[in-house]
Design a binder for this molecule. Structure first.
Ligand code: PLP
Length: 422
């Protein structure tokens, strides 16, 4: 994509790159697609509020631009794993002060007081955390917004049902009585929501209802009860409760190919990963390719050098299998993926150096998708997009706001092609 008329609004790098200097590689982030996905997800769960989960740099897409776009499109909450991620969002330009921000992965000695002062909703899964947050609230002189997390069967974070839950609820109610906490939510997380009909789903839902009604019976009155991630949002209306927490679906990726494609759910992939070919050359037959010579040319051919490697998050497990679109044709990684580069056999074609190699995107230009890479590497598409490294600049494409004025960072070039053209 060296067409200078393409729409580029904001770069994650500090200095705008001159448009005469095409990038080695780039992850184009389509914020208009992200906004459309938010609207689609709201329509899937019309009775619930929507939390945009933007942990780990919005699954590799860039936390702040994605958080902003999600809020613009109607997300009521933002969710992160760590308190540091949540604190970075609070007060950031373009994030309205009344947007609720929740984080759930705490360790002892965490920044409770900062979180209280930043009006975050914090998750508590056990007594150590309740003690620390109550103490921080005492020092801050204001109550903490606390959400109690129940382990309804995931077997990961969360409070066990039974005595543990009874104690956590009793002590939370007591801290609420003392004005140290306000219990704003009761929540849980599914183990197998991406396998519709899995028996654990009904078990977890039943246990969630029991644990919620127990807590409410003990005097807690949460604003939100929630358990649905993306797959439950898309396939399990009875799990929507007051709030759905969507991550992967926001980025236009299906939680699992078994439950459907993005298009089946009205979603559009947000990230396109591409690179400029660094070299195209003729080689004879019998030529070994890349480390270990795991590929040998069958006959005289051309090789293309793609300047992306496992340091950029291209999985080494996709050596010999990962797909790339070059000059309208699918090619496969030849031999091993190295730290910074890999090779494709172009079968005699001679695209010019600088020609675009698309690793994955929405798929409607014929390019592979992140799901194709997940299958090539034996993993899930979540991991493919999330691991794209910081060496790959994120290039934000945003047709909607280009119409109403340039986004932060300013446009690199003019042009406003509709997404269907790309
Ligand atoms: C990551 C995460 C989510 C979002 O999951 P998706 O499957 O990406 O929608 C929701 N809730 C919790 C607790 C998470 O850690």
């Amino acid at each position: 994509m060296s067409d200078p008329s393409e729409t580029l609004c904001a770069m994650s790098t500090t200095a705008p790159l001159p448009s005469t200097n095409p990038l080695r590689a780039r992850a184009e982030i389509d914020l208009a697609a992200l906004r459309a996905n938010v609207r689609t997800l709201r329509a899937h769960a019309p009775g619930a509020a929507l939390m945009a989960v933007v942990k780990s740099e919005a699954y590799g897409h860039g936390a702040l631009p994605c958080a902003r776009a999600a809020v613009e499109a109607g997300a009521d909450w933002l969710g992160t794993a760590t308190p540091e991620e949540a604190l970075a969002l609070r007060g950031a330009e373009g994030i309205p002060a009344d947007v609720r921000i929740m984080c759930w992965l705490w360790t002892p000695g965490g920044p409770w007081r900062e979180a209280i002062e930043a009006d975050l909703d914090v998750s508590v899964s056990g007594m150590w955390a309740l003690r620390e947050v109550a103490e921080a609230a005492r020092r801050a002189g204001r109550p903490a917004r606390v959400q109690l997390k129940a382990d309804t069967g995931l077997g990961r974070n969360g409070c066990q049902p039974g005595d543990d839950w009874a104690e956590l609820v009793a002590q939370a109610a007591r801290a609420e009585g003392e004005g140290l906490v306000r219990v704003t939510g009761l929540w849980s997380h599914f183990a197998c929501a991406d396998e519709p009909g899995h028996p654990s789903i009904a078990v977890q839902l039943g246990r969630f209802r029991e644990m919620v009604s127990y807590a409410e019976g003990e005097g807690l009155s949460p604003e939100v009860r929630h358990i649905a991630n993306s797959p439950a949002t898309l396939t399990l209306p009875e799990a929507h409760f007051d709030l759905v927490r969507t991550g992967i679906a926001l980025y236009g990726i299906s939680p699992s190919p078994e439950i459907g494609t993005p298009a089946d759910f009205g979603l559009r992939p947000v990230m396109t990963l591409s690179a400029s070919l660094a070299l195209v050359k003729h080689v004879p037959g019998g030529h070994g390719v890349s480390y270990g010579h795991r590929y040998t040319t069958a006959g005289e051919t051309t090789l293309g050098l793609v300047p992306l490697g496992y340091a950029d998050g291209v999985p080494r497990h996709a050596s010999g299998t990962g797909p790339v679109l070059i000059g309208g044709k699918w090619r496969t990684v030849a031999g091993r993926i190295a730290m910074d580069q890999f090779v494709v056999d172009l079968g005699g074609d001679e695209p010019p150096p600088g020609a675009e190699a698309v690793l994955f995107g929405p798929g409607d230009r014929g390019e592979p998708t992140a799901e194709d890479w997940a299958q090539a590497a034996g993993t899930i598409a979540y991991e493919i997009v999330t691991r794209i490294g910081t060496r790959v600049p994120r290039v934000y494409v945003d047709e909607e706001s280009m119409r109403s004025g340039p986004a932060a960072g300013g446009p690199r070039s003019a042009g406003n092609r509709p997404s269907g053209d790309r």
